[in-house]
Design a binder for this molecule. Structure first.
Ligand code: CAA
Length: 714
């Protein structure tokens, strides 16, 4: 095995190179090797100073996140972090100037190692950050203590609570780095180190004294941060722990602050919040690993695109391409529809501009990438077409038949269908290997998920191209199988079934929405339907009826169809599950009509409506998701349970701190989930059917994640 840390003497300076690909994560062996190398340099007469640098593309991306799973209790963490803190003090006590030379990223423990060095130099495009909070933990290697001393409490609180990295020039201005190296980093760092050796300068961050005014300003910043976090970080624990740790260091000094940091870290690292967020970190990277697709699978360059349909979805998809700098033709049947679509796109960009996130020039430049058209002219020039016409099988098939004639033979033909059979479009196009589903989530230019639906004959090249393209568009691409509703909407049908039935049984629309937003969803099922449009679901139900199917087994509530018949489509018509001030308004109030409809439908089904406890709402809905998720997994429509979690977190805003519906089910315990399904079957009827995989996992004493991240059949 190659050395994790190399030691060389160059020009009288000890160069310690960390070489633990791909991101030089700090595994226990790397920590030890750095410690030993710095000690060796301290005693090496040939070294007047020391440079610590990363091999490959980055400095250090932090502690090895996998190692946190080995910390079973807070006590384990306390003993481990005691060792790390002592190690960093040893680095800081090095008798020779110790310089961190940063390129790529210095994140988490990586930045904490750099803070324990006496000085930090960086290349201009390096980034430094404390992203631990995104993993449900806090900086645990002195970051909450040294960083405020280097850059002031305000910026330290900001960096540690939002987890965003800052670029080297800003870090220089703030005092986190001491110099930007213009040319070769190692050469520059060696020169810098020699100058410090010559002047005998050593600066320990832990010894930087804070004035009374600085302490007061810092404590005030902590109070302000807590206030903001009560709104922005509802339900999360780690951001508040960060502030507590920083405040402890300000109020009681470095040593006591460090102990407090270790205690708070120990508390966070064993929390469900942290386990869920760590799970999502790896699940998000895992989704790129698709059976049958390798790094060597060829991909096609996407230089130009076309979107068919300038409605809400089509417009959002065109914006997504334009935002990524890809020129896009936007086609609709007539000029009026096109102009409406373009006006909505412009309005969206102007809202972004009014928030200061885009300049007028950027708006015009981006708009110029979108070319409206009512014909198929120019379609032979594009590398991908995304069909976003109404969710109607005949219309979509006709569109694909046309695309099969006008697009280049190597053009990717993607459909934004949210439910329908991709293979039928593929057949209609006459070139099935080129056809794939690209299911965007509304609003398409905002939501991070791209469900990539693999048809029976979709070529590996088209799948690999889609995964690469998703990244370029700023999306997380998850490859799923072609079943009705794919993964996202197939499971959603069960979520909605329970939401409707709970309403008929006696819960109110407002109660159900409130309970689910308190659970952490950005919007409840009814609020979501009012945004998406009640007509969309109604049309899908009509299509299903025409082919003799239903979306989810069990009683079908008539209320959504009754709303559709009344023309209550949601926000856009000013009424749906709620009443709105005006069409298009978001200001909603409860509507007594819904209670009346629920009473009528309950009476038809012989139900006496009664109060429903909040807990039952969460239990019914999350159990329905997990049970159907297990079926999706077993049938091979999702590769891994983690893929389902990513679909729900990025497609529907399922709360990250719960890890997604499958991880959440594991946290509740699969025996409990199974017992609930059995109980619901007894209470409500046979349509509650235990997923065989769920039963098997419980019998084997396993969870969706107990053995590995993958229990999928595919
Ligand atoms: N630990 C373990 N593995 C890590 C890792 C880490 N800190 N950071 C990245 N990796 C792994 C990824 O899982 C991935 O593995 P696979 O190829 O097997 O999927 C590989 O490294 C490459 O990562 P990305 O695909 O994410 O590569 P990228 O180039 O898109 O992004 C990055 C690189 C910006 C460094 C990104 O990986 C990242 O943000 N990493 C996490 C940074 C982080 O959160 N650090 C804090 C850790 S906690 C800590 O340090 C606590 C403390 O106080 C001591």
């Amino acid at each position: 095995m190659p050395d994790l840390v190399r030691y060389d003497i160059t020009d009288g300076v000890a160069v310690i190179t960390i070489d633990n690909p791909p991101v030089n994560a700090l595994s226990p062996a790397v920590w030890t090797a750095i410690d030993e190398a710095v000690a060796r340099a301290g005693a090496d007469a040939a070294a007047q100073a020391i440079v610590l640098i990363g091999a490959g593309t980055t400095f250090i991306a932090g502690a090895d996140i996998k190692v946190f799973d080995t910390l079973k209790t807070s006590a384990d963490s306390m003993s481990r972090s005691g060792g790390t803190h002592a190690l960093l003090r040893r680095l800081e006590d090095s008798p020779k100037p110790l310089i961190a030379a940063i390129h790529g990223n210095a994140l988490g423990g990586g930045l904490e190692v750099a803070q324990a060095c006496h000085f930090r130099v960086a290349v201009k495009d390096a980034r430094v950050g404390q992203p631990e909070v995104l993993l449900g933990i806090i900086p645990g290697a002195g970051g909450t203590q040294r960083l405020p001393r280097l850059c002031g409490a305000k910026l330290a609180i900001e960096m540690c609570t939002d987890g965003k990295a800052v670029a080297a020039p800003k870090a220089l201005e703030a005092g986190i780095v001491d110099a930007i190296v213009p040319g070769d980093l190692l050469q520059g760092a060696i020169e810098f180190a020699k100058s410090k050796a010559a002047s005998g300068q050593i600066r320990k961050a832990r010894d930087i004294a804070l004035t009374a005014d600085q302490v007061k300003a810092g404590v005030d910043a902590c109070a302000a941060a807590r206030q903001t976090l009560t709104k922005t970080a509802k339900g999360a624990k780690a951001p508040f722990a960060v502030v507590d740790a920083i405040e402890a260091g300000l109020a009681s000094g470095f040593d006591r602050g460090s102990v407090r940091e270790r205690e708070l870290f120990a508390d966070c690292v064993v929390s469900t919040e942290s386990k869920a967020l760590r799970h999502l970190f790896f699940a998000e990277r895992e989704v790129a690993k698709v059976p049958g697709i390798s790094k060597d699978t060829p991909t096609k360059e996407i230089r130009r695109a076309a979107v068919i349909g300038a409605g809400t979805m089509g417009g959002g998809i065109a914006m997504t391409y334009a935002n990524a700098g890809i020129p896009v033709l936007l086609k609709d049947v007539d000029d009026a529809a096109l102009q409406r679509g373009l006006a909505t796109i412009r309005r969206n960009y102007e809202v972004t501009m009014s928030k200061g996130k885009m300049t007028a020039e950027q708006v015009e430049k981006t708009m110029a990438l979108i070319t409206p058209t009512t014909t198929y002219d120019g379609l032979d020039q594009v590398d991908i077409v995304v069909e976003a016409v109404f969710e109607n099988m005949d219309l979509k098939k006709a569109t694909f038949a046309e695309l099969g004639k006008v697009a280049r033979p190597d053009c990717v033909l993607a459909s934004n269908s949210s439910t329908l059979d991709i293979d039928e479009f593929a057949r209609a196009s006459g070139r099935p290997a080129q056809v794939i589903g690209h299911h965007f989530f509304s609003p398409a230019n905002v939501m991070k998920l791209l469900e990539i639906v693999r048809g029976r004959e979709t070529s590996p090249e088209v799948i690999a191209t889609s995964l690469k393209l998703a990244k370029r568009l700023g999306k997380v691409g998850v490859v799923v199988g072609n079943c009705f509703g794919f993964v996202a909407n197939r499971m959603l049908a069960y979520y909605m079934r329970e939401a409707y039935l709970l309403l008929e049984e006696g819960a109110s629309v407002e109660q159900i929405d409130r309970v689910l937003t308190e659970f952490g969803l950005p919007v409840g099922p009814y609020g979501m339907q009012d945004i998406a449009g009640i007509d969309v679901g109604a049309r899908i139900r009509m299509y299903l009826k025409s082919i003799g199917k239903t979306r989810a087994e069990g009683p079908q509530s008539a209320i959504p169809d009754r709303l559709f018949e009344m023309g209550r489509y949601g926000q856009k018509t000013g009424a749906g599950w709620y009443k709105y001030d005006a069409p298009g308004s978001r200001n909603r109030t409860p509507d007594p009509l819904i209670e009346q409809l629920a009473d009528e439908e309950a009476a038809k089904r012989g139900i006496t409506r009664h109060p429903i406890a909040d807990d039952e709402i969460v239990a019914r809905i999350t159990t329905a998701l997990a049970n159907e998720g297990a079926r999706v997994l077993e049938e091979g429509y999702a590769t891994r349970a983690g893929d389902i979690d990513i679909v729900y977190v990025y497609g529907f805003g399922f709360p990250r701190h719960s890890g997604g519906p499958m991880f959440y089910a594991d946290t509740v315990g699969l025996p409990t989930i199974l017992a609930r399904v059995q109980e619901y079957r007894a209470r409500f009827g046979d349509y509650w059917e235990v997923a065989p995989l769920l039963e098997r996992l419980v019998a084997e004493g396993r969870g969706f994640y107990s053995d590995s991240a993958s229990v999928g059949a595919a």
